[in-house]
Design a protein around this ligand. Sequence first.
Ligand SMILES: Nc1ncnc2c1ncn2[C@@H]1O[C@H](COP(=O)(O)OP(=O)(O)OP(=O)(O)O)[C@@H](O)[C@H]1O
Length: 232
Amino acid sequence: MSDTKTITTVAGLQMSGVNLVHGDGESTVVALADVSLTVEPGEFVAVVGPSGSGKSSLLAVAGGLTRPDTGRVWVGDTDLAVVPSRRLTELRRTQIGFVFQSGNLLPALSAVDQLRLPLALGPVAEPRNPMKLLADVGMTHRAHHRPNKLSGGERQRIGIARALMTRPRLLLVDEPTAALDRSRSQEVVALLAQETHEHGVATVMVTHDHDVLHHCDKVYRMMDGRLDVAID
Ligand SMILES: Nc1ncnc2c1ncn2[C@@H]1O[C@H](COP(=O)(O)OP(=O)(O)OP(=O)(O)O)[C@@H](O)[C@H]1O
């Protein structure tokens, strides 16, 4: 018997031959067509493409919110196609972070309490420290402010920090700069790049904003459900 160990590296996200069709009968739409994508830990990937090309569908499948019709999706070493639904819920809570267009913060909670929220929903192995993470995203001075006292860029920083509290393996980011001006957009995407690289997260960001793509390690383009490398 050989004593050579097989070393396998586990990607943050691996999608292979994924197909997804919406609707049925005559009104079907191909949202994802044979999509394969690997995002390594610490890699920041952008997906651009016209409206309706399948970008949101890609995030929904990667995040275990929508099951593909065919193809495989792994988050770390977990195969989303076979994982029981209870474990999938757990995986989404602890290993996948979601960042939405405008932060999606709860109006009644202060900034620091928004960060504590993921820890209140169930056990987390090695959570980040909320006050330290607030400092990392440059928001210590707003710790006790509610969302209505924060700017759009500040809300987005809190949304990013909240998504990182559980040290997710995969971060899925949907149009993070949609509500921001040019310079706030640069700051927010630079923050995503920094967190991705420093904490070894695999990050997928859907965006229409071509001015922020220089922060990304790889850019993919979606067109009619197909995914191609646009810029390496
Ligand atoms: N639940 C659904 N039922 C039927 N068709 C859908 C559904 N969700 C999306 N689609 C269709 O699937 C295709 C891909 O949609 P998707 O939302 O993934 O595109 P997108 O690139 O994210 O668009 P946008 O940039 O406008 O958000 C579109 O043609 C859309 O109309």
